[in-house]
Design a protein around this ligand. Structure first.
Ligand code: XUL
Ligand code: CO
Length: 442
């Protein structure tokens, strides 16, 4: 079998924070225990098949620029097989336990739908063999319901039910493949489920179609015994002007409205949060507060650009927020940390793929250590406990339990003195937060 990454030793070693080896981890030490679990168990890193192996470096101003040996050749199936070999070599050398794919990343679109599914099944069987040999497995699967021209006006929300049916067919096969490959999650990212003008769009109709589509998948999962979790990945725009899954709060409302909440959790992506005008930590907190934070796509945007740049995450404060929220809710059961990130157009060497993943893994490993220390110190938990203490006993508790009416509260307020004003101490807290970030974890 050909080697696609001959210069990389197997696997990338952990050498500690002071190493000068650019192809070693400084913080990610897979077996290191942090609060009762290993780093690998906390972080559950997954490589995104689409960006890492199928990315070409194309942008709106120029086509393909990467030369990936596995993507070269005339035969699409041969390319798919070579890509799979390159992918498993990469997973093993990087030392990650998971990957994620869309059906069309793994295998090509063929002349007929039936042929497309047959080839996909063959590739899935090959992936299953490679999984058995390496121990690497699928974290989540999904169907690409946005690249083919038929999906120009959406998949589930397409005005043509025949397109809805093709999308359903793809989901059936992608879901069955996910189950076969041991995936613990199945993702719905809206893709083109949105609109570019209300002049041709019946929003009420389209949202109903989308809910029906999700329900069909939930019913099929039950039928085939898929025991994983369904995830929705919010994103406000791009490719459409407005996507129905625009942010975490919107998605939670949608799931409640259509009685789908029990079957779904959220997959929160950093760059989608910023596109929605939120921070990553805001979206994670909204999902977690609803008991629905299931997985993350860890990347970052460029604050000066208004589109989904999907850069590798190297921003430590943002990663510390993410890991603090995950630790506070006790981890991610079905999901993990998927690098939905691509190297820059100019970073076209295959070795750049290693630098990018190593940096991201180190950022999150370091963030985990910092978040764990913060949690053990309990400083920020105490701040919150004390700030809301009034609602945990006495008057506040009675209000929340529904024991007091508006009249009761009116009477209480009129006979009580003006409550004292208490500072929120934001700057003091920010200084403490920065002190944690500055301290090198042991
Ligand atoms: C697109 C995006 C997708 C999903 C999977 O912005 O994030 O790659 O993660 O379909
Ligand atoms: Co994503």
């Amino acid at each position: 079998m050909s080697m696609y990454f001959p210069t990389i030793k197997k696997p990338v070693p952990y050498e500690g924070p002071d190493t000068r080896n650019p192809l070693a981890f400084r913080y990610y030490d897979a077996k290191r225990r942090v609060g009762g679990r290993t780093m690998a168990q906390h972080l559950r890193f997954a490589v995104a098949y689409w960006h890492t192996f199928k990315g070409t470096g194309a942008d709106p101003f120029g086509g393909s620029v990467y030369r990936r040996p596995w993507n070269e050749g005339a035969d699409a199936v041969d390319i798919a097989e070579k890509t799979l070999d390159a992918a498993f070599e990469f997973f093993e050398k990087l030392g990650v336990a998971f990957y994620c794919f869309h059906d069309r990343d793994l295998s090509p679109e063929c002349d007929t739908l039936a042929e497309t599914h047959r080839v996909f099944d063959r590739l899935v069987a090959r992936a299953e063999r490679r999984q058995r040999e390496t121990g690497v497995r699928l974290l989540w699967g999904t169907a690409n319901l946005f690249s083919h021209p038929r999906y120009t006006h959406g998949a589930a929300t397409n005005p043509d039910p025949r397109v809805f049916a093709i999308a359903a067919s793809q989901v059936r096969h992608a879901l069955e493949a996910t189950r076969r490959l041991g995936g613990t999650g199945y993702i719905f990212w809206g893709g083109r489920e949105g609109y570019s003008t209300l002049l041709n769009t019946d929003l009420k109709q389209e949202r109903e179609q989308m809910a029906r589509f999700l329900q069909l998948a939930v019913d099929h999962a039950q039928k085939i015994g898929f025991r994983g979790m369904f995830f929705i990945e919010p994103k406000p725009k791009e490719p459409s002007a407005h996507q129905y899954d625009s942010d975490a709060a919107t998605v939670l409302g949608f799931l409640r409205e259509f009685d789908l909440l029990d079957a779904f959790e959220l997959n929160i992506e950093a760059n989608h949060a910023t596109l929605a005008g939120h921070t990553f930590e805001h979206e994670l907190t909204v999902a977690s507060a609803a008991g629905k934070l299931g997985s993350m796509d860890i990347n970052r945007g460029d604050p000066t650009l208004g589109w989904d740049t999907d850069q590798f995450p190297t921003d430590l404060p943002s990663a510390v927020w993410a890991m603090s929220i995950v630790l506070r809710q006790g981890g991610l059961k079905y999901g993990g940390l998927n690098f939905d990130a691509k190297v820059r157009r100019g970073s076209f060497d295959t070795e750049d793929l290693f630098h990018a993943h190593i940096g991201a893994m180190d950022t999150f490993a370091r963030a985990l250590l910092i978040a764990d220390r913060m949690r053990k110190d309990g400083f920020f938990e105490k701040v919150l406990r004390e700030r809301y203490a009034g609602f945990h006993a006495g008057l506040g508790r009675r209000i929340l339990k529904g024991e007091l009416t508006l009249t009761d509260l009116d009477e209480f307020a009129q006979k009580s003195p003006e409550p004292p004003l208490i500072s929120g101490r934001q700057e003091y807290l920010e200084n403490r937060w920065n002190a944690y970030l500055a301290s090198t974890p042991d």
